[in-house]
Write a protein that binds this ligand. Structure first.
Ligand code: NAP
Length: 280
């Protein structure tokens, strides 16, 4: 029984492979990656796998039974890319695809939702058994901005008082490894998020507490936030996308209180304070 993991050289994929190695033999794991040389440290078989090269995908999937399709990172290209993977999986008779989607993809106002929902539809009509992991926000999306906040003296965003139930990447990775090694999860759609929510005010308070500095949260209009992100070097499209996702957060698009992630893990999700500490 071989398990293929796409995006295995990415941050989530790295953790997933490590978690899988705790559960199955390394020989049963195949890293499906754009650059096999980058996968050497994973300690498992690596095969070239580029979502943009549909004609090559089936060959790389040969012998794989269960596939974890980690969503790609090129926003706007992903419906086509993921469809390429599903088509190749059909061709070689993959039995089960587990896909990393977006929290509440069917109701979320985030601009990211469309591609995830479209991929879910492709999967559902493929005839292949599937499981959907609708992953919430990584806490690291926000803690990645701590250095900048310390430099600027404030944490900025457009999330207002929105509730964010994020979890650490490792939590989602462990959940993915648990699911793909247990076929009883076939057919399920999980809404995965952290056990406890916080607002960006709470996040700023946690940073202040841990650093001993006064770091307030400054809530900005979407355009102002995007323009600041642009001014520090982000491409315009990404700057506006990030600001837009924060507006989604202000409407509680990143909030979920179902605790399905900790139920899967059999432990609490990583608390905000721990991820802040790790970032510092
Ligand atoms: N829930 C959240 O908060 C959140 C945040 C960011 C992203 N995401 C989604 O979750 C995914 C995993 O997150 P992450 O943190 O691990 O992101 P990441 O570190 O950027 O990893 C993305 C992975 O996708 C691979 N990839 C990109 N384009 C590809 C293509 N054309 N063909 C094959 N592989 C391709 C990358 O390959 P290389 O290693 O060769 O670059 C990389 O391994 C992301 O791709 C994105 O869809 C979720």
């Amino acid at each position: 029984m071989k398990i293929g993991v796409t995006g295995a050289t990415g941050q989530l994929g790295n953790f997933v492979v490590a978690e899988l190695k705790k559960r199955v033999a390394s020989e049963d794991i195949v890293a499906l990656v754009r650059t096999p040389e980058k996968a050497a440290e994973l300690g498992v078989e690596a095969r070239e796998f580029n979502y943009d090269k549909p004609e090559t995908l089936a060959e790389s999937l040969k012998g794989i039974d269960h596939l974890l399709l980690i969503s790609g990172s090129e926003v706007g290209k992903r419906k086509e890319q993921h469809t390429n993977v599903v088509n190749a999986a059909k061709e070689v008779g993959i039995q089960w695809i587990v896909y990393t989607s977006l929290l509440h993809a069917d109701t979320s106002s985030l601009s990211l939702a469309d591609e995830h929902l479209a991929t879910e539809a492709v999967l559902k009509s493929s005839g292949i058994d599937y499981t959907i992991l609708r992953n919430g926000w990584y806490t690291e999306n926000y803690t990645g901005s701590i250095a900048g906040a310390l430099q600027a003296g404030a944490f900025i965003g457009s999330a207002g008082e929105g509730k964010v139930s994020s979890a650490a990447r490792i939590d989602y990775a462990e959940a993915a490894a648990i699911v793909i090694t247990d076929t009883s999860y076939k057919g399920k759609v999980f809404e995965l998020a952290g056990d406890e929510y916080y607002t960006l005010n709470d996040l700023a308070a946690e940073i202040s507490k841990q650093t001993g500095k006064d770091i307030p949260y400054n809530n900005l209009p979407e355009k102002d936030y995007a323009e600041i992100l642009k001014s520090v070097g982000l491409p315009e499209g990404l700057a506006y996308a990030i600001a837009g996702w924060d507006v989604g957060a202000s409407k509680d698009d990143l909030y979920d209180d179902s605790k399905q992630l900790s139920a899967l893990l059999g432990r609490k999700t990583t608390p905000l304070s721990e991820t802040v500490k790790a970032a510092l």
